[in-house]
Design a protein around this ligand. Structure first.
Ligand SMILES: C[S@@+](CC[C@H](N)C(=O)[O-])C[C@H]1O[C@@H](n2cnc3c(N)ncnc32)[C@H](O)[C@@H]1O
Length: 308
């Protein structure tokens, strides 16, 4: 082969090799490129299940004192999915601060509002103890007040993610009454949700409102929540549907009503996750032998997004 042709073939071979290397490098670069939340594609894919059945019941001492909290792992998962380090996470129905603890663990700033002073104090104590374990530069604040005043405490367009669980109107009061009468001997009384008690006697406690008033007030909170959410930010609501058999209402579709309210105030309905809790609850016999009802053993996580 003449020398010039040999040189040409060598150059072509080098170019092909370089192109191959470059594309491998490109693939690697794309593979490791973090998303808006800091997740790599494989972490992203692993978190994308829409049925969650791997979360165990909350067992920390403080969580047992409240009786209606969600697991830290649940809040952590939502925070990893919808925010990045340094973002602001918010919970208007803060309880004992589970959302804030999860935010603290994951280096996000967090603010919570809780009406009951007893729960707000527990949240403060828990955050202080946890801070010593996970020392970060992020700020945490729990406000003891009515979340209807949330705009007094949170700046407009500041929150990347809300993770919250409101009371379900006066459902807890109703179910406690129900257990005293109908389910006197049922396993329901002794096992499922047996630690549940009303949050407070306060008039402005959402857990003391009838369903219609409750939805009206919740609409106001959603409206204010939209205003404090940053453009592109998210709002995740952990809720349950329930039955009001005493008033002959077989099914109260709270998660659908909430989704409707959120859209009315201007949020986009972004996603829906089912939190399957069947593994943690015994089945009870409902309506037997005349009317068939299923056990309500899952919660819904309604995800809204602000897109302007
Ligand atoms: C389902 S619990 C939330 C528990 C919380 N996710 C946790 O894990 O600690 C609902 C909370 O909303 C609080 N609450 C009720 N009405 C409120 C109001 N108007 N403003 C702020 N908090 C309120 C109750 O005291 C209760 O702690």
């Amino acid at each position: 082969m003449p020398k010039t042709q040999q040189r040409k073939t060598k150059t072509r071979a080098r170019t092909v090799k370089e192109t191959a290397l470059l594309s491998e490098y490109e693939i690697e670069r794309v593979k490791n490129k973090a998303g808006f939340n800091g997740l790599t594609p494989s972490e992203w894919a692993l978190l994308s299940k829409n049925v969650w059945n791997d979360l165990s019941s909350p067992r920390y001492q403080y969580q047992l004192e409240h009786g209606a909290v969600f697991p830290v792992k649940l809040a952590e998962r939502l925070i990893k999915m919808f925010s990045k380090e340094g973002d602001v996470v918010f919970d208007p129905f803060g309880g004992i601060g589970t959302t804030l603890i999860a935010a603290q663990n994951l280096k996000r700033h967090a603010i919570g509002i809780e009406l009951n002073p007893k729960f707000a104090k527990i949240a403060e104590r828990w955050l202080a103890e946890n801070q010593n374990l996970f020392s970060t530069n992020c700020k945490y604040k729990i406000v003891n007040d009515d979340c209807r005043k949330l705009k007094q405490y949170v700046h407009a367009n500041r929150v990347q993610l809300t993770v919250t669980s409101p009371p379900y109107a006066d459902f807890i009061r109703k179910s406690i009454q129900d257990r005293k009468t109908t389910h006197k001997r049922s396993v329901l009384k002794f096992e499922n949700n047996s630690t549940v008690k009303p949050y407070s006697e306060a008039e402005n406690d959402f857990g003391n409102l009838g369903y219609a008033d409750f939805l009206r007030e919740l609409r106001g909170v959603l409206q204010a929540n939209l205003e404090v959410t940053a453009n592109g930010g998210y709002s995740a609501w952990v809720v349950k549907d329930y039955r009001d058999t005493k008033n002959k209402i077989p099914y109260v579709p709270f998660h659908s009503d909430l989704a409707q309210l959120g859209q009315e105030v201007g949020f986009k309905y972004h996603d829906l996750i089912v939190w399957d809790q069947t593994g943690q609850r015994r089945l009870v016999l409902l309506g037997y032998p005349s009317v068939f009802y299923t056990n309500q053993n899952c919660s819904f996580i309604v995800i809204f997004r602000k897109v302007v």
